[in-house]
Design a protein around this ligand. Structure first.
Ligand SMILES: [Zn+2]
Length: 101
């Protein structure tokens, strides 16, 4: 039996952002999903979903962290390349341009 629970599903970009955030809170994270194996297929990274799993005794804490992160603000579009970025990103993940004020 696993002692881990599914916390959330998201794109590779999202789950790596979540993983980084959770790890700063001492929450151990396990990522699962086909997308992690490089089997992104014809749809590319944007259509690839993966899962974030955390230990059962941390699941409530982890959910609170994700909730508060998602309430921080709107995602933004890069003025250089048009890529969509999460609100917690200060730089465009794709080209490194700073977020608009
Ligand atoms: Zn960009």
């Amino acid at each position: 039996m696993s002692d881990k629970c599914l916390l959330a599903k998201g794109t590779l970009i999202e789950i790596h952002a979540w993983k980084g955030l959770l790890e700063t809170q001492d929450i151990e994270v396990e990522l699962k999903g086909e997308a992690l194996l490089g089997a992104t297929g014809e749809f590319g990274l944007d259509a690839s979903y993966a899962e974030v799993w955390v230990k059962k005794d941390k699941i409530d804490h982890a959910r609170n962290i994700l909730d508060s992160m998602q309430q921080q603000g709107e995602s933004w579009c890069c003025r250089e390349c048009g890529e969509k970025n999460e609100s917690n990103f200060e730089l465009c993940w794709q080209c490194g341009t700073e977020a608009p004020e």
